[in-house]
Design a protein around this ligand. Structure first.
Ligand code: HEM
Length: 497
């Protein structure tokens, strides 16, 4: 039999273990005490491992939602992290002049650890400067061809559906992504990636994106993971690089080359477009590249999700679909929709279309990350709640958009009529709430105008040109959310009208 001293670890190791346990125990207690006035899952208050665990299980949004339902708003989901579903608080935090700033979440939005862009910088002055330079490009004020470029890509989409999917199912989750990526590349740097003409997932972009998002979620929510990923070794092993021949890196490389060509060839630049606008405003080549990358990352999955979900929800609801189809046909017959692609001014006047889209935005807010903001020095009080300095507050868009007290007992269902039945005041509250999924105030999505134009016009043309049905209604749609909502196998059939 071995002597007891040979099986026991050496005394030094025991002491180290005890000290380590004491350290973690005391840190957990101190962490918990920091915000003990806020309720939330017990382990969430003691360590960020709770949030990490939810990410690993792809249930961050559901866990936030459960916490809000159980503990009320705001709920505590980290040692110094709260979650809210209150659109008024979001407006308060983001308002011009508010002292709240971006939290550590935004550091994780840097694609390249050394380089910030408009969506990642936490420096208020740099952010305001970039926004003021870019806004005229995004809202179309200072570019000639935003809508006409979009029309080219809508035409490609209609052709693709008409010719490549005649009488056979198409996965609208996939095809909608081809479309939005080609739209973004056209408006961002003047030429489409070519997803629709190839009718394939170029560079395995979709596959790579789906595997990258779980990592992205860990990076944005955990500064330790951010630090690890920023190390040269991890950058070499895991980060997308513009020299890659597959995945997101390949798309970024495409953008980089397009920007470089424009800088080398300033004189031959075509009409006043977005890149041209950024260059005129003095953005450097590197800044233009970074901003092009943001457009691809921020603008593709977001718009794709709303487009495919709204169409799918409509197809699944024959009453709503019939009303929208009738509205579009009526406008086409009375000459108020231009042909072959309806202009934005005319489609904005269609009331049922507007209701159908706002309801789609409400059902599937696509960018489900925390977008956490930091409480200013000295703390802040809002609606009688005191938020201590240094606390971060994130937003759960899904809980906000399905609040029964705002949208009614049937808030979990897709019902565009709710937007038409309500009085003007209530509709304003509906819209203000759902619009918060674009961010608000000084952090509002720069691409909101482009996304809304793209969604309105594309939905009209898809319904004006085709009749849609679900290919296999029993199959279901696998959905995962890692800061961004992804769907697979949304198989539908389009029949030309
Ligand atoms: C339905 C579609 C979209 C949704 C729901 C959406 C949502 C958002 C959200 C939530 C933010 C962050 C707000 C915050 O920090 O509090 C954001 C920022 C941003 N989005 Fe979008 N977005 C959409 C489409 C687009 C498109 C199409 C583009 C590009 C053409 C785009 C470009 C940007 C940019 C550049 C920012 C950073 C703005 C800033 O930091 O000041 N987005 N978006």
């Amino acid at each position: 039999m071995p002597a007891i001293t040979t099986i026991l670890p050496p005394a030094g190791a025991v002491v180290a273990l005890l000290l380590l346990s004491a350290y973690f125990g005391i840190s957990a207690i101190l962490s918990y005490r920091k915000l003990k006035q806020f309720q939330g899952p017990v382990f969430a208050g003691t360590s960020k491992l709770w949030l990490f665990w939810q990410s690993v299980n792809a249930r961050v949004v559901q866990a936030e939602w459960d916490a809000l339902a159980k503990y009320g708003t705001p709920a505590r989901i980290g040692p110094s992290l709260l979650i809210t579903d209150d659109a008024d608080l979001v407006r308060h935090m983001n308002a011009p002049g508010s002292k709240w700033t971006r939290g550590a979440w935004y550091d994780g939005m840097r694609l390249d650890p050394g380089h910030d862009h408009v969506f990642s910088t936490r420096d208020e002055a740099i952010h305001a400067d970039l926004r003021s330079k870019e806004i005229g490009g995004y809202n179309g004020r200072d570019v000639d061809n935003l809508e006409s470029d979009l029309d080219l890509r809508i035409t490609d989409l209609l052709e693709l559906v008409r010719h490549s999917y005649k009488d056979k199912p198409l996965d609208i989750a996939e095809v909608a992504r081809y479309f939005t990526l080609d739209v973004l590349s056209t408006i961002a740097f003047g030429r489409p990636f070519g997803f629709m003409s190839a009718n394939s997932d170029l560079w395995d972009y979709g596959k790579a994106n789906a595997s990258f998002l779980p990592m992205l979620e860990l990076i944005i929510n955990h500064p330790t993971v951010q630090w690890l990923i920023a190390t040269p070794l991890m950058q070499k092993l895991a980060a997308p690089r513009h020299t890659d021949t597959t995945g997101i890196g390949a798309a970024l490389g495409f953008a980089r080359r397009a920007v470089a060509e424009r800088f080398q060839n300033v004189k031959s630049a075509r009409k006043k477009d977005m890149l041209n606008h950024f260059m005129n405003k003095g953005l450097t080549q590197e800044q233009c590249e970074n901003e092009a990358h943001v457009q691809i990352i921020a603008g593709s999955d977001s718009t794709t999700t709303i487009l495919r979900c709204t169409l799918f929800l409509l197809i699944s609801n024959p009453v709503a679909y019939g009303k929208l189809r009738a509205e579009i046909d009526q406008a086409a017959n009375d000459g108020s929709l231009s042909y072959p692609i309806a202009n934005y001014a005319s489609v904005q006047k269609l009331p049922y279309l507007s209701a159908a889209l706002w309801e789609g935005l409400r059902m599937f807010p696509p960018l489900a990350g925390l977008k956490a903001k930091l409480v200013p020095p000295g703390g802040d009080t809002f609606k009688d709640v005191f938020y201590p300095e240094g606390t971060e507050v994130g937003l759960c868009d899904d809980a906000m958009c399905r609040k029964r007290e705002i949208f009614g007992d049937d808030a979990q269902f897709y019902r565009p009529e709710r937007w038409i039945e309500v009085g003007q005041d209530e509709r304003v509250v509906f819209q203000r709430t759902v619009d918060s999924i674009f961010g608000t105030g000084r952090f509002q999505c720069l691409g909101r105008h482009i996304a809304m134009m793209e969604l309105h016009k594309t939905l009209v043309e898809l319904i004006r040109n085709f009749d849609w049905s679900i290919a296999d209604p029993f199959a279901g749609v696998p959905t995962t959310i890692h800061a961004v909502t992804l769907h697979r196998n949304m198989n539908v059939i389009a029949r030309a009208r």
